[in-house]
Design a protein around this ligand. Structure first.
Ligand SMILES: [Zn+2]
Length: 439
């Protein structure tokens, strides 16, 4: 009998590997930060012993959700300006508030709230685009959550972050040099969008990412405004434009991809670009509805992102799954599109793949990192249970998540945080709210 650090058992186990079959009475063996084995409870109990056996009964174990596009620190602007057209929301509310309030201190505190919210909703990894990523990286390292931290690049100077556009590249290279190889933090190069980054910024960003072999993250084809602007400047729509300058590849995850021509869908598939589908943000800001079923049919790799909490207004992937599965059925008049297995695969394994962490997380397989969620099925809204994939997509709520492990460490233990002080995190957020409101 081999001794392991944890044996975690539940009535249902979804590994998100192979044919996606459900393992009834399943178990996962964990050693250090890594998954040692997974299978039926009987099989695992016959091969391993542990001093820490978690038998969660009427529950389901699945790989932690991956939030493939967010601006985590914007969580402090949640609900600050709603029900407004995108340009008004952005130019009159979000940008002025960011200009006034953003700082290292703001980001340090806000990241704690964002991580707390995500972990409690079963999200174990997020891919971010923002400034002050060195601060976020330190927080992730402290909290124990996994993240791909994209250091933002734009054409113009911004606050104390960059006196000249060159400084964004200096910041980004600094982030890479400090954090590359870290267990939890993956540095990333993040040119903002085609209307805020000139082609030379995109090309430099790509060269930097290739030099250090780190991921690229950008916004792409989010709004009709962006497409019109791109046509005006470059005579091509956004995907064609980035393809023409040689930016697109498997290294790139692109958020939104709402306004695409059929030709552009083919380009995304051919270049293996990962798409972060942010349906709730796109709906709330009235940006449009991305052609997800068409993209999936064409072989585009797509996963879910929440976008920032100011445009969603939460950071839960469960909400994205449910909304996407329903909206695309309604829009296409086809109830078979974005079925619950597809939604779950997007939320986990594909999500990890498109942000460059496919060999590390996103599924439960020996050798991958132990990023696991246990959700309690002993709830009225999850009873009876005929199909676990259907329940996760259509019925499960963040509050059903009870235990969350990241990199072999339990961060949420039956609802209680182990590395964050929830009362303190909420008190700090309230204090920031009071400060922001008083101006
Ligand atoms: Zn975004």
């Amino acid at each position: 009998m081999q001794k392991v650090d944890y044996i975690i058992k539940a009535d249902y186990l979804l590994t998100m590997e192979g044919d996606l079959s459900v393992i009834r009475h399943g178990a996962v063996a964990v050693t250090g930060s890594t998954i040692t084995d997974a299978g039926t409870s009987q099989d695992i109990s016959g091969k391993y012993t542990s001093d820490n056996i978690i038998d969660s009964g009427n529950s389901v174990i699945f790989p932690g959700f991956i939030n493939t596009h967010t601006h985590a620190a914007m969580v402090y602007f949640r609900g600050i300006a709603d029900d407004l057209p995108l340009q008004v929301w952005l130019e009159q509310h979000i940008w002025p508030n960011e200009m006034k309030w953003l700082s290292s201190d703001f980001v340090a505190d806000a990241i704690e709230l964002a991580c707390l919210e995500m972990l409690k909703a079963g999200v174990t990894t997020y891919s971010d685009m923002y400034f002050y990523q060195n601060i976020s990286a330190k927080q992730l390292d402290k909290i124990g959550m996994r993240g791909v931290l994209g250091s933002g690049i734009i054409d113009f100077p911004w606050k104390d972050v960059a006196q000249t556009p060159d400084d964004y590249f200096v910041n980004c290279e600094g982030l890479i040099n400090t954090w590359k190889g870290n267990e939890l933090v993956t540095p990333c190069v993040a040119p903002h969008a085609t209307f805020t980054c000139s082609p030379d910024k995109y090309i430099r960003a790509k060269e930097l990412a290739e030099k250090y072999d780190v991921p690229l993250h950008t916004h792409l084809a989010e709004t009709q405004f962006e497409v019109a602007e791109c046509m005006k400047r470059y005579g091509k729509p956004p995907v064609e434009h980035l393809d023409s300058i040689g930016f697109l590849s498997e290294r790139v995850s692109a958020a939104h991809c709402v306004w695409l021509t059929d030709k552009e869908i083919d380009i995304l598939a051919q270049k293996k670009v990962g798409v972060a589908h942010c349906i709730e943000s796109n709906l709330k800001l009235a940006s449009g509805i991305a052609p997800l079923p068409k993209m999936l049919k064409a072989g585009v790799r797509a996963a879910f992102g929440t976008d920032g909490a100011a445009s969603n207004n939460d950071l839960s992937i469960l909400g994205e799954m449910s909304t996407a599965a329903k909206v695309h059925k309604g829009v296409s008049l086809d109830a078979t599109v974005v079925d619950s297995k597809t939604a779950m695969l997007m939320a986990t394994r594909t999500g990890a793949e498109i942000i460059g962490l496919g060999d590390k997380t996103g599924s439960i397989r020996p050798g991958k990192k132990a990023d696991l969620v246990i959700a309690n099925l002993n709830k009225p809204h999850l009873t009876p249970l005929y199909d676990i994939y259907s329940h996760i997509t259509y019925c499960m709520r963040p509050g059903d998540v009870e235990t969350v492990m990241v990199n072999g460490k339990i961060l949420i233990d039956k609802g209680r945080t182990t590395t964050l002080d929830q009362a303190d995190v909420i008190a700090k957020a309230k204090a920031w709210q009071n400060k922001i409101q008083s101006r």
